[in-house]
Design a binder for this molecule. Structure first.
Ligand code: IYR
Length: 228
């Protein structure tokens, strides 16, 4: 008989029944989920149409279901809707991008980026109704002001960002993983505490009326997997 809970090293473990499906259902679900996810594209052209806050809250809740090292959930999702702060972020990001495109990025890097059609101009940082800036928590600060270690911080926050992107796509909204580098300016503009480092910047919104995306293809399965 299933117990209410187990005690392992003095800690409670509850019974858990993962949802199960028939093999046919699984085949159908995995195929349709793949087809749906394969329709996701990084989009650089946004509508300025507003999105109810409750929708974005659900999306951020979903991202925070990601697994994390020792369940520390070492992330903060900063949601920016203030036009003034968006403008500040755009100005600072474009200043960094200017240096990156003209001085910091190698010739090969610029050649690799050419098919994507990116440049230093980032109007989407002001047009999209929301910017989400994901911060990783290098460590925690407890009630006594002591540092507490976090684990696998990059892996954990990367996983949360993956779920965030999937949740945005599931909502029929679009996003882009924008990587102005270095991102210190985000910590300053958003006045983040000293244990937080900017990890990724994502504008979120409805797509513009007309959207163009680069003519690039995903690698086929035989190029990305190997059976042993
Ligand atoms: N951070 C720049 C350049 C850039 C770099 C990579 I790697 C990309 O996949 C796309 C862009 C920018 O956001 O434009």
């Amino acid at each position: 008989m299933t117990k209410d809970y187990l005690l392992i090293d003095g800690f409670k473990h509850y019974p858990f029944t993962p949802e199960q499906f028939s093999e046919n259902e699984i085949l159908e679900k995995t195929a349709s989920y793949y087809t749906f996810m394969d329709k996701r594209r990084s989009v650089r052209h946004f509508s300025d149409k507003l999105i109810p806050l409750d929708i974005i809250k659900n999306i951020i809740r979903t991202a925070s279901t990601a697994p994390s090292g020792a369940h520390k959930q070492p992330w903060t999702f900063c949601l920016i809707q203030s036009p003034k702060i968006k403008q500040q972020i755009r100005e600072a990001a474009e200043a960094e991008e200017e240096k990156s495109y003209t001085q910091r990025m190698s010739k090969t890097w610029l050649q690799d980026l050419a098919p994507l059609g990116t440049n230093t101009d980032k109007p989407f940082l002001e047009i999209a109704p929301y910017l989400i800036v994901v911060f990783k928590k290098a460590y925690e600060i407890d009630k006594n002001g002591e540092k507490r270690q976090n684990y696998y911080v990059n892996e954990s926050v990367g996983l949360a960002c993956g779920l965030l992107i999937a949740a945005i796509h599931n909502a029929g909204l679009v996003t882009l993983t924008h990587t102005p580098s270095p991102m210190r300016f985000l910590e300053q503009i958003l006045e983040r505490p000293s244990n937080e480092r900017a990890f990724l910047l994502l504008p979120v919104g409805y797509p513009a009326k007309e959207v163009y995306v680069p003519a690039i293809k995903r690698k086929p399965l035989d190029k990305i997997y190997k059976i042993y």
